[in-house]
Design a protein around this ligand. Structure first.
Ligand SMILES: *[C@@H]1O[C@H](CO)[C@@H](O)[C@H](O)[C@H]1NC(C)=O
Ligand SMILES: *[C@@H]1O[C@H](CO)[C@@H](O)[C@H](O)[C@H]1NC(C)=O
Ligand SMILES: [Zn+2]
Length: 512
């Protein structure tokens, strides 16, 4: 305890001393004011401002009415890898520490513990089984219980090991269902809606062969999307990933080859299943839809994952918000409500590459999609949940002034060199020391580049997920049930309670 205190005191003293070093003239690349100039609304400089704002919040909270309606509609938004530090940093990227994202305004929230049955830090497959199927299972598996180890094809074929998603149970209640993602529609998170597989990488039959398994036995995820019990009944499927549905010998609309080796064109097979189905592949077609008259639609807007928003061809590729808006309009035309899953998939992928700017930008795109849903729905009958599957290692630190660019510097190290406000625990942004052993001078980097890889402690090709809890934001019927620190697999049980679907206890049972 005392040792800690002494360490702390000497650490603080070092930080205190550090600013002097920047004036020694040895580091010409240091910005004049490395912690930024203050950019803040002058109104914040009075106590009255803070008291009045707090009182407004008190009034808002005490006037809340519990919404105990049955949720006709449920929308689950999943920010893949959207850790809590990512959310806080995204606010600054979007204009200010104090500017809330769409879901920051939701009235209720909980935390979710994300570990899987076999790992401290999970992946997007096992977590999809938890937040969509209600069961924690093994890393890398989707829609199967913890009885099935990764890559265990026989285990996955055994139907008693299948975990059924809230999408499946919503279909049983004649609700419309859909999924929207910026990844391939066969990627781990969306697959949680409809697939049962021991291996998330088995997206096409060629992927199954790559694992030395027989794709005629271990059915690939794309085939499950088109023929599976839940997949074949989805009304809306929007995202990327044409290549997992097309054979090698077929080029898609943008000249990319398929990846299937079974010769099956799954886009055609999907269309053949009913007369009222349509397929689209670009933004113009999406925006031109008469959404009041669509019963089943497959929209594949990229051969693989959709491009990052910062790289997106905005004339050809829809934004996540545009896809979400169309999906909600289409699903709303059903009589019995709907379940919609929307994934901001590429927050995670940008983090893996330590591309913090891209990750924050994708987080803002995700927030815009949530706002589109808020604008299109009624809080009285639509439960909207916003959460993440797992965290990442991004940290947001330092003592920069208010309003400082989140992608610049948080201060100086005791070596007199700057450090960035955003850092990762590990990943491809690791910076080698200079020849004389001194820490790399980040101020010499092109850190303003969209794809700059932010610094990390340990060098890894791909930055890892984080094991910290993630947030769960809730708005609408029974949103107040989302409180406390929840096991991640409780989320679909609560959504099912609110919307009276599934095999567990529901609000409709409670009312009888
Ligand atoms: C199928 O799975 C169930 C539950 O895990 C198990 O009890 C049963 O023995 C399995 N059946 C076969 C044929 O492996
Ligand atoms: C609805 O769409 C179908 C094709 O899916 C078309 O045949 C029909 O004319 C459309 N109805 C209206 C009212 O636009
Ligand atoms: Zn990931």
């Amino acid at each position: 305890m005392y040792t800690n205190l002494i360490l702390l005191v000497s650490f603080v003293a070092q930080i205190w001393a550090a600013p002097n070093k920047q004036n020694d003239g040895m580091h010409p690349h240091l910005p004049v004011n490395p912690i930024g100039s203050l950019k803040v609304d002058p109104a914040e400089d009075t106590s009255a401002y803070w008291n009045e704002n707090a009182q407004k919040t008190v009034q808002e909270i005490i006037s809340r009415q519990l919404n105990e309606n049955v949720a006709k509609n449920v929308i689950l938004f999943l920010g893949d890898g959207m850790s809590i530090p990512t959310i806080a940093a995204a606010r600054v990227y979007n204009g200010g520490e104090e500017i809330q994202l769409a879901f920051d305004k939701f009235p209720y929230m909980a935390l979710s513990m994300t570990y899987s049955v076999d790992k401290q830090v999970p992946d997007s497959a096992t977590t999809a089984t938890a937040y969509l199927g209600g069961v924690k299972a093994n890393y890398g598996t989707i829609g199967v219980g913890p009885e099935v180890p990764r890559e265990d094809c026989l285990g996955m074929l055994n139907v008693s090991n299948h975990v059924l998603s809230i999408g499946y149970y919503s279909q049983l209640q004649n609700k419309r269902t859909g999924l929207v993602t910026t990844a391939r529609v066969t990627h781990a998170s969306p697959a949680g809606v409809y697939a049962h597989t021991a291996e998330r990488d088995w997206e096409a039959d060629s992927d199954v062969l790559d694992s030395f398994k027989d794709p005629t036995v271990c059915t690939d995820i794309a085939t499950q999307l088109v023929y599976g019990e839940t997949g074949k009944n989805l009304n809306v499927i929007f995202g990327g990933g044409r290549n997992r549905l097309l054979p090698e010998e077929i080029e898609d609309e943008e000249g990319h080859d398929g990846k299937r080796v079974d010769g099956v064109n799954l886009i055609e097979k999907w269309l053949e299943q009913a007369d009222d189905r349509q397929y689209i592949w670009n933004r113009d077609q999406l925006l031109a839809l008469d959404t009041s008259n669509v019963s089943s639609i497959l929209g594949l807007f990229a051969h693989a994952h959709m491009d990052y928003n910062l790289d997106r061809d905005t004339t050809m590729d829809p934004s996540l918000a545009e896809m979400t808006k169309a999906a909600i309009e289409i699903l709303s035309t059903g009589d019995n409500g709907y379940f919609l899953f929307v994934e901001g998939a590429r927050i995670d992928m940008a983090h893996h590459d330590a591309e913090a700017r891209v990750a924050l930008d994708e987080t803002i795109e995700f927030s815009k999609a949530v706002q589109a849903a808020v604008d299109l729905t009624d809080e009285a009958d639509t439960l909207i949940i916003v959460t993440a599957d797992h965290a990442h290692t991004l940290s947001y630190s330092g003592y920069a002034s208010r309003g400082n660019d989140i992608l610049e510097f948080g201060g100086n190290g005791i070596d007199g060199r700057v450090y960035t406000t955003i850092n990762y625990a590990n990943g491809p942004g690791y910076k080698m020391s200079d020849a004389d052993g001194s820490r790399h001078d980040i101020s010499e980097d092109d850190y303003g580049d969209d794809h700059y890889a932010f610094p990390s402690v340990a060098p890894l090709d791909s930055e890892t997920h984080g094991g910290d809890d993630v947030a769960v934001y809730a708005r609408g019927p029974w949103a107040h049930l989302f409180t406390g620190n929840l096991e991640q697999n409780v989320i679909p049980h609560l959504m099912s309670y609110a919307s009276c679907v599934g095999t567990g206890y529901t609000a409709c049972d409670a009312a009888n």
